[in-house]
Design a protein around this ligand. Structure first.
Ligand code: HEM
Length: 471
């Protein structure tokens, strides 16, 4: 079987490499908390943005790679322009390299997740325009009403560009001249940024579930459109629960919290229902895709518990700005986004479960649990002493040290687990056959999905039981 490169494969492989490099900078950053100055060449002011930008790049690269991979199969026609998709990838990787170089040279300039000099945002926006053009011209070939995931992708893709522009508004004096306006716009933009990548990732989860089971009813059900509606509302208003220091009406904040949590509940419910339609007894455990979707379901509930706690204003007073915020950010980007993206990577690559993958899976999830608990513990202790005692900052930091050491040690476990998964993922992708005949031989199935929806909410349907079918 011959294996060729496609833009989709290029995006996913680049995503896996970004994840590995990003996680490595995370490990460096965590040990810098334990032993200050441990890696002198890359101080924390550099390791943190290198880490955050690379892991966010993993989310975007892999989600976009999934769109390029699945879209032609969904619409039953080739991508409008493969050349433009290649150009998109080339610009993305080229700009990514320039961003890394600017961080290494100590040249910053942007804010939060985009700490690079703002001029580098121009090629990112330009390449995204190519993506929008290619996506809509290809998606238009879809016959009949769009399933929920196409709406989710379309909204996520368009709103990423709007949000990205909005995140750069601070460059105009009108915004920098007023503290409240500047903070509000910045958090509004970053709230919508997570909202836009969530749309891409949750849409991908739906596509993977549909293609793995052959059940086309899942993404056409009321629940699927409810998830789309909640995700979109969250994208527009989810910022409200991020900006406690900015005066905004309580009801807006409470509503924003309620919407983001309901969105998670619906996502977990959909995955649970999908698993219940799979082969009796196995519930998706027979493939890496099923295992990762199951893991994301569990992580949704863990993060939901934490989010519920920190949304109570009296508790938020203690936790705001502590390690609990970092636990919330990493808990959701690793526990939910990354597990769904791994489900997609292993589905696209068709990798079967090996001893290495099984070990990587457990090491990843086990270490992540410890990692997350240590961050929550550090945040609780720090918040408690900061608000309720007169202890000096230095003393408080000594009290949370055991948690920080635990965080750094489990971070190494997380990194090793991730490396095992990334290694096998890349290998399987590189061996992936490309032509339709090769694919059919690879999976011994036909590549067309059944067209007729057979049930609603994934309940009664049993159109297929394999979780490794039809990538
Ligand atoms: C391999 C293990 C990892 C380690 C040891 C690690 C460590 C760290 C450290 C030290 C920080 C900075 C925290 C601070 O500001 O004090 C951080 C932030 C962050 N990490 Fe990781 N990380 C890892 C993996 C990941 C992965 C895989 C993702 C996402 C896919 C991720 C997403 C984030 C995000 C979004 C932030 C920003 C948090 C915030 O601003 O609140 N990390 N990480």
């Amino acid at each position: 079987m011959k294996s060729e490169w496609t833009p989709a494969k290029g995006f996913v492989v680049a995503g896996l490499v970004a994840l590995l490099c990003g996680a490595l900078f995370g490990v460096i950053g965590s040990w810098q908390h334990v032993i200050p100055g441990v890696v002198d060449a890359i101080p924390f002011v550099k390791s943190r943005p290198l880490h955050v930008s690379l892991v966010i790049a993993w989310i975007f690269l892999t989600a976009v790679g999934g769109v390029y991979h699945y879209l032609p199969k969904i619409v039953g026609a080739p991508l409008h322009s493969t050349r433009l998709a290649w150009l998109h990838l080339a610009i993305f990787i080229g700009t990514g390299m320039a961003i890394m170089a600017s961080y290494f040279m100590g040249r910053f300039g942007g804010r939060e997740y985009w700490e690079f000099p703002p001029v580098l945002g121009i090629p990112i926006a330009a390449s995204w325009l190519l993506f929008i053009y290619n996506f809509f011209l290809t998606a238009n070939k879809h016959k009949g009403p769009w399933p929920a995931y196409l709406w989710m992708w379309a909204t996520g893709i368009v709103f990423f560009l709007i949000t990205f522009a909005e995140a750069n508004l601070y460059l105009f004096p009108h915004f920098t001249g007023n503290m409240v306006r500047e903070l509000t716009v910045q958090w509004k933009a970053y709230g919508a940024l997570t909202g836009s990548w969530n749309m891409l990732v949750y849409g991908t989860a739906m596509v993977v579930m549909e293609r793995a089971s052959g059940n086309t009813a899942i993404a056409r059900s009321k629940t699927a459109f409810l998830l789309f509606g909640l995700g979109f509302t969250n994208l527009l208003f989810g910022w409200a629960h991020h900006i406690y220091p900015v005066p905004s009406a309580l009801w807006i904040r409470v509503l924003a919290y309620a919407i983001s949590m309901t969105e998670w509940i619906i996502l977990a419910r959909m995955i649970q229902q999908w698993r219940s339609t799979l082969e009796e007894g196995k519930q998706g455990q027979g493939s890496m895709t099923g295992r990762f979707l199951f893991a994301s379901e569990i992580w949704v509930f863990l993060n939901l518990g934490l989010a519920l706690l920190i949304s109570v204003p009296a508790i938020n007073l203690f936790t705001h700005g502590t390690h609990i915020t970092v636990a919330h950010a990493m808990g959701s980007t690793i526990g939910i986004n990354t597990t769904i993206l791994f489900a997609s990577v292993f589905f696209i690559s068709g990798a079967s479960i090996t001893k290495n993958l099984r070990m990587g899976f457990w090491l990843f999830n086990g270490s992540l649990l410890l990692f997350w608990l240590c961050l929550v513990g550090a945040g609780m202790v720090k918040g408690y002493y900061t608000v309720l005692s007169d202890l000096h900052f230095q003393v408080i930091m000594e009290r949370i040290r055991p948690f920080i050491v635990g965080f750094a040690i489990s971070g190494v476990g997380l990194f090793v687990g991730l490396s095992m998964l990334v290694w096998d993922g890349i290998q399987a992708l590189l061996n992936l056959p490309n032509s339709l005949e090769d694919l059919a031989a690879h999976h011994a199935i036909d590549t067309e999905l059944p067209r007729s929806p057979a049930s609603v909410n994934g309940r009664a349907v049993h159109q297929g039981s394999s979780t490794t079918a039809r990538p």
